[in-house]
Design a protein around this ligand. Structure first.
Ligand code: FES
Length: 160
């Protein structure tokens, strides 16, 4: 399963309109004919010789994160790089109800909040870090406020 921003990397045209299937396995930009495959990579380029090859190297539609959660497929425009940058590559996130690596945590938390809340805010407070050799045990204290999709309109909580 893949999703991409619907913007041509040549001059910014909208690549597709409406809904439907892609029976050809390719998308052709309606402006100048750049062709994208289902992985978002640019393949055919009309008048390729008129472009600097460096500009076309690796050109692709920017991907959007897609996860399946709760029986639904969620596409997220969030900044994955920013979220993942909060963790060391080998970090384990222990949220009590979730334990896993940073990629698993990002999938879980964004899917869970998307399914549960219309909007939400986290305010972070104290942060502690205990070093034990080359292992760090970190805790961050927070306050949370969320507008629920169902039930009580507003929920607040705090914890670590
Ligand atoms: S804007 Fe898409 S090919 Fe030119």
């Amino acid at each position: 399963m893949s999703a991409f921003h619907n913007v041509c990397q040549h001059r910014g045209a909208r690549l597709v309109d409406g809904t439907g299937n892609c029976r050809t396995g390719r998308f052709r930009c309606p402006w100048h004919g750049f062709v994208y495959d289902l992985q978002g990579a640019v393949g055919a380029v009309p008048l390729r010789e008129s472009f600097d090859p460096v500009e076309l190297e690796g050109l692709r539609a920017p991907a959007v994160r897609v996860v399946e959660w709760g029986g639904w497929i969620w596409m997220m425009l969030s900044d994955d790089e920013l979220l993942l940058s909060c963790y060391h590559e080998d970090a384990v996130d222990d949220h009590g109800m979730f334990v896993g690596d940073r990629e698993e945590f990002a999938d879980w938390v964004v899917g869970m909040h998307s399914a549960t809340h219309l909007s939400h805010q986290h305010c972070l407070f104290n942060h502690t870090c205990d070093l034990d050799g080359d292992v760090a045990h970190a805790e961050t204290y927070y306050m949370f406020a969320g507008m629920n999709r169902e039930g009580t309109a507003l929920v607040t909580s705090g914890g670590r």
